[in-house]
Design a protein around this ligand. Structure first.
Ligand code: CP
Length: 316
């Protein structure tokens, strides 16, 4: 594996999940693997889990870590090609990525979408330009359209908790006051479509995700029908893909409550976090025995460590 930007970069998903589970049992088994190598973590957007879990994973492998917030710690970057740079941006991504590649052996990039221009966002210009100009392996720390480190941790969590060979996994939309990216649901769909699960997506009309990621899933606008018999409920808001970046439904009845969870097969409740309480899910669900969001967030360490270990072993 050279880069990790989507499920398509992974040769054997089950093997990667098994590796993450193995690392969880014995975190320091490869504590010299990254010795004298440097991981650069470059953030265009805020983070709690991704920043800390990836640093922890890198330290477990003996990697040095440098992190930088673009714009506040560094110059503001121009991403577009062929522009006269007489505006706010002081440095072009061509030089910045190439320079960071001189200092780092592996680079992680977090770069959210604008939610204004679908075509540009879905081209993934930032991460693709880091791949092109840095010359080193690049890991997505959540891009404009995907969040594969999160999805790997999600898949690992389902593997740890499932009580049947082929569980029913439901991804449900819930209303949110802000327009959010489609990266987490796109990515979760992409990974679940390759897992041994019955995968159902439920959302209001107009919230269809890009078929490139959801093809193969059962999709319904009836949330209760989707939740019936579910073994895992994964709640997430996203803004409209078709009416790009807009909020077109504010229906609060999509929030996950104890009543909704009662329709399921005693399902585990998942969310990538951060979550707005009593907006996406009720306090009772989040504080209840079936919420596994903390275990899921904890698994972000092993997800990142499995990816970094694989890159270190195959690329150096
Ligand atoms: N789930 C997740 O990626 O969390 P952060 O945005 O805090 O990194």
């Amino acid at each position: 594996m050279r880069h990790f930007t989507s499920v398509n970069d992974v040769t054997d998903i089950q093997q990667l999940v098994a590796l993450a589970r193995e690392l969880k049992k014995n975190p320091l088994q490869n504590s010299e693997l990254g010795k004298n190598k440097t991981l650069g973590l470059i953030y265009f957007n805020p983070s709690l889990r991704t920043r800390l879990s990836t640093q922890k994973a890198a330290h477990n492998l003996g990697l040095r870590v440098m992190d930088m917030n673009v714009g506040s710690d560094s110059w503001t970057l121009e991403i577009r090609d062929d522009v006269v740079m007489d505006g706010a941006a002081s440095e072009h991504i061509k030089e910045a990525a190439a320079v960071i590649g001189q200092y780092c052996d592996i680079i992680g990039i977090r770069s959210f979408p604008s939610l204004n221009d679908k075509e540009t966002d879905y081209k993934e210009e930032v991460i693709q330009k880091f791949i092109k100009y840095s010359g080193v392996p690049v890991i997505s720390l959540e891009s404009a359209t995907l969040h594969p480190l999160q999805s790997l941790a999600d898949m690992m969590t389902i593997e740890e908790l499932k009580t049947k060979k082929r569980p029913k996994v439901v991804l449900t939309w819930a209303a949110h006051p802000k327009a959010l990216p489609q990266a987490v649901p796109n990515s979760f769909a992409e990974w679940m479509n390759k897992a041994e699960v019955d995968f159902v997506i439920t959302h209001p009309e107009g919230y269809e995700l890009d078929e490139k990621f959801t093809k193969g899933a059962t999709i319904t606008h009836n949330q209760d029908e989707a939740l019936a018999g579910a073994d895992f409920v994964y709640a997430k808001n996203w803004s409209s893909y078709t009416n790009y970046g807009n909020i077109i439904c504010k229906d609060k009845t999509w929030m996950i409550t104890e009543e909704k969870m009662a329709l399921t097969n005693n399902a585990k409740f998942m969310h990538c976090l951060p979550i707005r309480r009593n907006v996406i899910a009720s306090d009772a669900v989040l504080d209840g025995p079936n919420a596994v969001v903390i275990q899921e967030a904890g698994n972000r360490v092993w997800s990142a460590q499995a990816v970094l270990k694989t890159i270190l072993e195959t690329q150096f």
